[in-house]
Ligand binder design. Structure first.
Ligand SMILES: [Zn+2]
Length: 331
């Protein structure tokens, strides 16, 4: 019997579909793909190019007119500016459908019995039902959550958003929906400047470092342990890195690697399957982002090789010990 393999979805269009002169660091997907093919144990990743997302799946979440206008190249200049992937190119349409397709394909792997699968892009948490923002056009987390809830065995989905920017689109989409619990740990002073209300928000001051961040995360995970989720979507942005150009926190590569381990240990302990959504990362130099994402996906690949059993390594942190700035969770 061969070892199980981590399915990671990627297509060249993730980079090539954007204009090379865009402020967005378009090369990061290519660079990360290249790196992940060269690291030790690179054969534990099974690469697959996703199909385009079906419009019906996108319509599970998004407004029909918005979807149609995007597909027809009819978004206004103002709408495109808000999304920010400029200069705009027609290939953004195919890129967006393929990238959303990557998330749906990873979710499908979970339905087929995989414990963990991922898409090497996405985590497009700033997209609302009827508009995009902050490099996000369709909200792949929300689309996958709706898709998962159609499965008979999925009743509650946890979206754990550890990108440095608040998951405002996701929070707003599910604000009245008890089936999806949205958690966002983010920089208080980062975009979006008007935050939405997630089920649980934890905001950090500028320059927050590893220790405080990881303590807060451990506390959040400790609380969530009793909530009986069927599935986790992990938005694993690495823009909390100290060298990130768009983040204001001061996390280290080591701290982010530890973060991923905490989340994945916790998932194993809960025996809860996970889809990894890549999220943001805009470090200068971009190699720092590539390093941190390499750690993320190799950690995920490692988890596939293990049997799904509790590791017992999750730290038991008393709530009183934790300096904590978040609001209490609401359901
Ligand atoms: Zn971000």
């Amino acid at each position: 019997m061969t070892d199980p393999i981590f399915n990671l979805y990627y297509d060249e269009i993730y980079s090539s579909g954007l204009d090379p002169s865009a402020r967005f660091p378009v090369s990061r997907y290519q660079k990360l793909h290249h790196r992940l093919k060269q690291v030790d144990h690179s054969n534990s990743i099974q690469w697959a190019s996703p199909d385009l997302a079906k419009v019906d799946d996108i319509l599970l979440v998004h407004d029909e007119q918005y979807v149609e206008r995007f597909l027809d190249g009819q978004l206004t200049e103002k709408e495109r500016r808000r999304i920010g992937l400029r200069p705009w190119r027609d290939s953004i349409v195919e890129r967006t459908l393929r990238l959303t397709g990557g998330a749906l394909a990873a979710l499908h792997d979970i339905f087929q019995g995989q414990f963990i699968a991922g898409n090497m892009a996405g985590g497009t948490h700033h997209a609302f039902r009827d508009q995009g923002a902050g490099y996000c056009i369709f909200n792949d987390l929300a689309i996958c959550a709706e898709k998962a809830l159609q499965e008979k065995d999925v009743n509650r989905v946890l979206i754990l958003d550890l990108d440095v920017h608040q998951g405002d689109g996701t929070a707003e989409i599910f604000k009245q929906d008890d089936r999806v619990f949205t958690v966002s740990l983010h920089g208080l002073n980062n975009f979006p400047f008007r935050k939405k209300v997630s089920n649980w928000d934890v905001g950090f001051e500028n320059e927050t470092g590893d220790e405080e961040y990881l303590e807060s995360l451990a506390k959040v995970l400790g609380h969530l342990r009793s909530m009986n989720f069927d599935l986790l979507f992990y938005q694993a942005g690495v823009d909390g890195l100290a060298t990130d150009a768009l983040g204001l926190l001061a996390l280290s590569r080591r701290g982010l690697a530890k973060r991923n381990q905490l989340v994945m240990d916790w998932c194993e302990e809960m025996n809860m399957p996970m889809v990894v959504f890549m999220g943001g990362g805009y470090a200068k130099p971009i190699e720092d982002t590539v390093d941190a994402f390499t750690d993320l996906f190799m950690e995920a690949a490692k988890r596939v090789k293990k049997n799904v059993t509790a590791t017992g390594s999750f730290p038991k942190i008393s709530l009183d010990e934790v300096k904590y700035k978040g609001t209490e969770p609401t359901w």
